[in-house]
Design a protein around this ligand. Structure first.
Ligand SMILES: NC(=O)c1ccc[n+]([C@@H]2O[C@H](COP(=O)([O-])OP(=O)(O)OC[C@H]3O[C@@H](n4cnc5c(N)ncnc54)[C@H](O)[C@@H]3O)[C@@H](O)[C@H]2O)c1
Length: 437
């Protein structure tokens, strides 16, 4: 069975609950666009946004189930989206909560949007593809190497089943960035020799513990600030910029990495958990190509979010804003005249076209796994102070996961009696932070 026929066959099963033996979905439903049931897992800011993108991208979709670790978040998303999309939200009896809510959402939907805390994503992705469901998978896809390896396996399962797997690494869908990147891949600046990659901004949010939270659920509520849940910000946020470099390098990951990192402003505990607020990592390729990567989340500092590439024939000075390509003397070879491009909408438009067989099956699993792994390798280089090898890191069993993904599971990092979490200090390992406020 060809990939497309097989995918279409699966679609016919999941969409209509009917088996069209020997007929393709499109042949059986010529001129028809069957309704697709969409499920949302993780009902926060991005989850609500992704649901809006999904319902807007394809008019024959409905939101059929929602799930969140916390019931009020799931209820809030259901209510808010029902107001925005009259008649397109049908979640009665399918508002799920808890750390296993993903299973219930996956079980009753055709397409699932994975927008929960990143530390859980490898689990929901595996379950979704095993159940034969199409997936929109937010970034990053894991927070440690075992998680990345699981996602790589899920990617293969999705391929074998002909399922659509779209990544939330949204810049790959931006029309303006795509135009610049295609020129880079075509060799407009020759072989890339180095890159400067930035994601520098201010501190992000913290969320206080609720009265009845266990320690593990308090960490889930405040997920950004724990490495096992967010991956730290070199993974959670900077993965976007690292992915641009991976893209420019034809999706070939670096061989080695070293880095520097610390936390200078994130001193309050327990609010800021165990993550850093500044990291710089140097990624090296065997041929000498070097990617210099800088990210920071500190207030009142200079900010930038960009990817610049130097090649044997020229430079790309920007892939954000207006892309400019120059030769080695600085003469402008090409300047992008930006067109309106909503990458968040575009990734969903493409996803539904893929699911409906209007374009080839999308599977973004390869680059989303590798970009996430680059973030993890950079983080580990900063945490440990060691020079690391890609193959060792990808095959590593190092994990910060809790004893169990249950409310009373024991987190990897639990606070001492003064409410202090241990922090990774390069060269010293894990030590208690000295400042409490
Ligand atoms: N592509 C982008 O540009 C972009 C932008 C923002 C966020 N994101 C990604 O989207 C994801 C969510 O980010 P956000 O900003 O919406 O955060 P958020 O905190 O607003 O939402 C996350 C939600 O997931 C819930 N959750 C946590 N663990 C869960 C679990 N095991 N099962 C079900 N629900 C769970 C939380 O309770 C919360 O409601 C993150 O991976 C983030 O990196 C991507």
């Amino acid at each position: 069975m060809s990939q497309k026929t097989r995918r279409v066959f699966l679609n016919s099963k999941t969409i209509a609950g009917t088996l069209f033996t020997g007929l393709t979905y499109r042949a059986a439903h010529a001129g028809e666009r069957n309704e697709l049931k969409v499920g949302l897992i993780g009902c926060g800011g991005r989850g609500n946004g992704a649901a809006v993108n999904a319902l807007s991208a394809d008019e024959n979709t409905k939101l059929y189930a929602v799930g969140d670790a916390f019931l009020p978040k799931a209820q809030g998303a259901a209510e808010g989206l029902a107001t925005q999309f009259e008649g397109r939200v049908d979640v009665e009896g399918r508002i799920f909560s808890g750390l296993d809510a993903y299973k219930q959402v996956v079980d009753c939907c055709d397409v699932v949007l994975l927008c929960e805390a990143p530390g859980f994503r490898y689990r929901s992705l595996r379950y979704a593809v095993e159940q034969g469901k199409h997936v929109f998978c937010e970034k990053p896809v894991a927070t440690d190497a075992p998680g990345v390896r699981s996602v790589m396996k899920s990617t293969e399962i999705a391929k074998e089943k002909g399922l659509t797997l779209v990544s939330g690494l949204c810049w790959r869908y931006d029309l303006n960035v795509k135009d610049i990147m295609e020129r880079v891949l075509d060799g407009v600046i020759g072989e890339i020799t180095s890159a400067r990659l930035t994601f520098m901004g201010g501190k992000l949010w913290t969320r206080p513990r609720a009265e009845d939270d266990t320690e593990l659920m308090a960490q889930v509520r405040n997920w950004y600030n724990y490495s096992w849940l967010s991956g730290d910000f070199n993974v959670e946020q900077h993965v976007h910029t690292l992915d641009k470099a991976l893209w420019a390098m034809h999706n070939v990951p670096p061989a080695t990495c070293y880095g520097l990192g610390t936390r200078m402003q994130r001193t309050e505990q327990p609010a800021y958990g165990d993550i850093y607020d500044s990291m710089a990592a140097v990624f090296e390729y065997p041929n000498g190509t070097t990617l210099y990567s800088y990210c920071r989340q500190q207030n009142d500092c200079w900010g930038e979010n960009n990817a610049r590439f130097a090649g044997t024939k020229g430079f790309v000075s920007s892939t954000l804003g207006r892309g400019v390509i120059t030769d080695l003397d600085g003469k402008v070879i090409y300047e992008r005249q930006n067109v309106p491009s909503d990458m968040y909408s575009l990734e969903h438009i493409e996803m539904f076209k893929s699911i409906r067989g209007e374009i080839d099956t999308i599977n973004n699993g390869d680059y989303m796994s590798k970009a996430t792994m680059m973030g993890i390798m950079g983080r580990e280089a900063c945490y440990t102070g060691k020079k690391l090898k890609w193959d060792d890191e990808l095959n590593s069993d190092k994990s910060y996961a809790p004893s169990a993904y249950e409310p009373d599971g024991t987190p990897w990092n639990a606070p001492d009696e003064q409410g202090r979490y241990k922090i990774q200090v390069p060269g010293l390992g894990q030590v208690y932070h000295t400042v409490t406020r």
